[in-house]
Design a protein around this ligand. Structure first.
Ligand code: GLU
Length: 464
């Protein structure tokens, strides 16, 4: 059977590095196997839902170059691709009917306050917190009485005692005692909307999903879902739960998720290829190296995935990003550059500018500061008064344009002879006078970009 994997985000926020990594492993595995990748939206949490989240997520995927074979945007044979649309069609009612018929689902009228009390009691008795299954066998009369009180039931799934075991492609053999999983789980809320643990399993069955690949925060859900698949008479899919990403200090990444949203990384000038190449390698025994989605897919192997939580290092993406930028020729860089500078010069000059500054850039957002450094107003910070005479001489000796890459050597050679300066004393005041700062692009490259007029004006300004 052909592999079918899926990514099933809840439209409750922005896509960040953690969930894109989950999406990506699904993409890479399904591509490698010549299968399909399904993008499905689990809109089961009305309170946390963000109206524009789905559209934003789709545009992030487009930007990343990740194309789903089936989704709300692309359609497909197994639609609709939103939980609430599938609910309207009756998918979950049908599955519920089976569970009720088998005596594996029941209405539970326990109130929030009672639940809270049950949890506290269980904790005080040294039991794992959770629900104690007290409404499993209510009589019709008891149910009527609760209804008469105005209580609206949730529907719970009967998690019968016994071991639940499955093989996980990342974690190996996983085993749980059902009674340690916190009691019978709610599968439909009192507002009639299914919980994703249930809806997702029903969708996985109906959409013929063969592999459920996601983060390890879902391992216990997988145990419950194994029972749901079985109860619905379906084949249990293969599971793979990838380790969580940690912050660089070893804490949860969740505090930083806003700043690590893909939209934010895009804004900062990270490129899709460096983001994806890093996310394909994180938590595996592979070194992050740049590759297209096809290349990353060829390298993909569950056997390389580690089991220990792994630290997310943005610097690693920046390192890959720098490699990409340093290699980027003008036609490819053009749009990125023109979008980031206010008054671009003529095309040829911009190309010269790009070649001079690209070795100094690791993020596209740095283009603007490099442009300002070449063409904007600068302040001469750090030029000491003793250097004023030197800069005056430098201005007098500045060659006539047009400049080439050799101009710098010739100019500095003359200055060395005239002033006896050498090393840092020779070139650092020139750098500061010309660019305002003590580091930056190679001056030999920069001088032809600046041209004689601008260079002379900056030198004059610097010795004032
Ligand atoms: N909607 C769930 C989430 O966003 C997906 C769980 C799953 O992949 O099965 O966490």
């Amino acid at each position: 059977m052909s592999v079918r994997a899926r990514f099933a985000p809840s439209p409750t926020g922005k896509l960040h590095v953690g969930n894109v990594r989950t999406a990506l492993v699904n993409v890479l595995f399904s591509r490698k196997m010549g299968g399909q990748f399904v993008l499905r939206f689990e809109d089961t949490d009305l309170e946390r839902e963000v109206p524009e989240a789905e559209t934003q997520m789709i545009s992030v995927f487009d930007w990343l170059g990740i194309t789903a074979d089936e989704s709300t945007a692309h359609g497909g044979d197994f639609g609709p691709y939103r939980t609430r649309d599938r609910a309207k069609r009756g998918d979950y009612d049908e599955a519920l009917k089976v569970l009720f018929e088998k005596g594996l689902a029941y209405e539970c009228f326990v109130s929030k306050e009672e639940l809270d009390m049950i949890r506290r009691l269980r904790t005080s008795r040294g039991l794992p917190p959770g629900y104690d299954n007290r409404h499993r066998d209510l009589t019709e009369r008891e149910k009527e009485a609760y209804r008469a009180e105005g209580r609206e039931p949730v529907i719970r799934f009967k998690l019968l005692d016994g071991e639940i075991a499955f093989e996980d492609l990342v974690r190996g053999s996983v085993r749980y005692e059902a009674k340690n999983l916190g009691g019978d789980p709610v599968i439909v809320r009192s507002n009639g909307i299914p919980i994703f643990t249930f809806a997702g399993a029903v969708d996985d069955i109906n959409q013929k999903i063969t592999h459920v690949i996601r983060g390890e925060d879902h391992v216990t859900n997988a145990a419950i879902q194994v029972r749901i698949f079985e109860a619905l008479g379906a084949k249990v899919p293969s599971f793979a739960h990838f380790t969580m990403l940690l912050d660089s200090d070893g804490g949860k990444l969740s505090k930083r998720l806003d700043s690590l949203s893909i939209a934010q990384l895009r804004e900062q000038g990270f490129l899709p290829k460096s983001i994806l190449s890093y996310l394909a390698a994180i938590g595996t025994s592979m070194d992050p190296t740049l590759g297209s989605i096809e290349e990353l897919a060829q390298r993909f192997d569950f056997a390389t995935a580690g089991r220990a939580p792994v630290r997310f290092e943005l610097e690693q993406i920046e390192r890959l990003n720098a490699l990409l930028i340093h290699d980027m020729d003008w036609p490819e860089a053009r749009d990125y550059v023109l979008a980031r500078v206010d008054n671009p010069m003529a095309e040829d000059e911009m190309e010269l500018f790009w070649h001079a500054v690209r070795p100094n850039i690791s993020l596209l957002s740095q283009i603007k500061e490099q442009f300002d450094l070449c063409f904007g107003d600068i302040e001469n910070t750090g030029l000491i008064a003793d250097d004023a005479d030197y800069i005056r001489i430098a201005e007098q000796e500045l060659p006539k344009g047009p400049y080439s890459k050799q101009t710098w050597q010739a100019w500095v050679g003359t200055l060395k002879e005239k002033t006896g300066r050498k090393g840092k004393d020779l070139f650092m005041p020139l750098r500061i006078a010309l660019t305002g700062i003590s580091h930056g692009p190679e001056l030999a490259e920069l001088l032809p970009v600046m041209g004689e007029e601008r260079a002379r004006a900056r030198l004059k300004q610097a010795c004032k």
